[in-house]
Design a protein around this ligand. Structure first.
Ligand code: ADP
Ligand code: ASP
Ligand code: MG
Length: 410
């Protein structure tokens, strides 16, 4: 009997009516002869509401206690969904992350799944039940509740699919698949029928939040086939899988944008060895992930160092940068929260020259200034003013996707 994991995002379970709709979808999968494990997110807006409550009490809430609060959203959703399933004649049992159990490390608010004990789930499936698991949460070795970072229910679903050796992991969301750009911004964005793990990982890490990055990493590592589709429209979505011969090879697969970063600049740093090391070691020691780094050309023995971090870490990173600036005799620290990172992504870039030049030209023609650039084999990212983000995404989409000759590479 095939086993499938079906994950439903916040919007998909956003109201009682929508939970009923999800229950019907699950029932259909059961009637088609599948064993079904369901993963649910919290009802839409709930995680933000809970986080907001913690922030009313503290600007930097204790991470263990924050997890205790925000993990509750999923618990409500799985209970409601199980009730809805029973109402339409499907036997179901809801399980929190610690009831499964899903074991994680101890990094509260951004924990990583270490292992999953599948005994209970298998036993419930054997009894003919649908198992409804809470996304986004787990338990660490101290028995404390952890959460997996925003969008973490995707990772719960893929990790479960890997542990249970499921035939497929279906991710149900509020768009009909993965698009060439966020369809809420680019009207002409196209659904991508099949995308490689590598490209999806890059897009997810660059802001295409339709899938959490870690979930795609997991899928790639364990070969989990993912089908991203809509909870509301019944049509084929996007398959995420190993790159294969049949995939259309294009230079640029998609355009991603990220608004969640801040830029911090340490101004007028003496240009001598060891300073960058000191700054970035201090940030790393405090668990702050740094994304882009730029160091300007030296003028009369001084230079500026800029870097970007996630907005949730920006206050702390600024504090650390100020401390280091004082120690090394820099003139000060500046911060800009109104920036956007815009990226073009595609495996074809490995062999197709000219993408960077074309990207800079498109931005230049729109009068958009570039603050920083970073590249990998399959992506180019530019940091720009936040107010130009949508304009940049649309212009790049037009240049690279809408007007792209389908180049077949190899
Ligand atoms: P869920 O609550 O179902 O997990 P998310 O809000 O996390 O849903 O992810 C779906 C959203 O991702 C869409 O509503 C869309 O705005 C956004 N998105 C960003 N980039 C893309 C893209 N390239 N393709 C599809 N959706 C995208
Ligand atoms: N509810 C969590 C969030 O809003 C997890 C998820 O939806 O995937 O980030
Ligand atoms: Mg999500």
């Amino acid at each position: 009997m095939p086993l499938i994991v079906q994950k439903f995002g916040g919007t998909s379970v956003g109201s009682i009516e929508r939970i009923r709709n999800v229950a019907k979808k699950v029932k259909k999968a059961v009637e088609e002869g599948n064993k079904v494990v369901v993963v649910s997110s919290a009802m839409s807006g709930e995680t933000d509401r809970l986080l907001g409550l913690t922030r009313e009490l503290s600007t930097r809430p204790d991470p263990r206690e924050q997890d205790m609060v925000v993990s509750t959203g999923e618990q409500v959703a799985i209970g409601l969904l199980s009730i809805a399933l029973k109402e339409i004649g499907i036997d179901a049992v809801s399980l929190t992350g610690w009831q499964v159990p899903i074991y994680t490390d101890t990094a509260h608010t951004k924990a990583r799944i270490k292992r999953i004990d599948t005994h209970r789930i298998h036993a419930e499936l054997e009894k003919g039940k649908v198992v409804v698991v809470a996304g986004f949460q787990g338990i660490d070795d101290y028995g404390d509740i952890t959460t997996l970072g925003r969008g973490g229910s995707d990772t719960t679903a893929v990790a479960l699919a890997a542990a249970l050796k499921a035939d497929v992991c279906e991710i149900y969301t509020d768009v009909t698949g993965v698009f060439t750009a966020d369809p809420r911004i680019v009207e002409n964005a196209r659904k991508i029928p099949v995308i490689s793990y590598e490209e999806m990982m890059e897009m997810a890490s660059l802001g295409s939040k339709v899938m959490q990055i870690r979930s795609v990493e997991f899928a790639a590592k364990y070969g989990v086939k993912i089908h991203v589709k809509s909870s509301f429209v019944d049509e084929d979505g996007t398959w995420i899988m190993e790159e294969n011969e049949e995939m259309e090879r294009v230079a640029v697969r998609g355009i991603s944008h990220e608004l969640k970063e801040s830029k911090i600049t340490v101004v007028k740093v003496p240009d001598k060895p060891g300073i960058a090391a000191k700054l970035f070691k201090a940030l790393g020691d405090n668990n702050i992930v740094v994304d882009m780094i730029v160091q300007n050309v030296s003028h009369e023995g001084y230079t500026d160092i800029s870097f970007t971090v996630n907005k949730v870490d920006a206050d702390f990173a600024e504090e650390i940068a100020k401390e280091v600036a004082r120690e090394v005799g820099a003139s000060g620290v500046e911060r800009n929260d109104r920036i956007a990172k815009i990226s073009v992504v595609g495996l074809g870039m490995k062999t197709h020259a000219g993408t960077a030049g074309k990207m800079f030209e498109v931005l230049y023609k729109e009068g958009i200034n570039i603050y920083a650039i970073s590249t990998s084999e399959i992506k180019i990212s530019c940091l720009i003013d936040e107010k130009y983000a949508e304009l940049a995404v649309r212009a790049l989409h037009e240049a690279f996707i809408e007007n792209q000759e389908t180049i077949v590479i190899d």
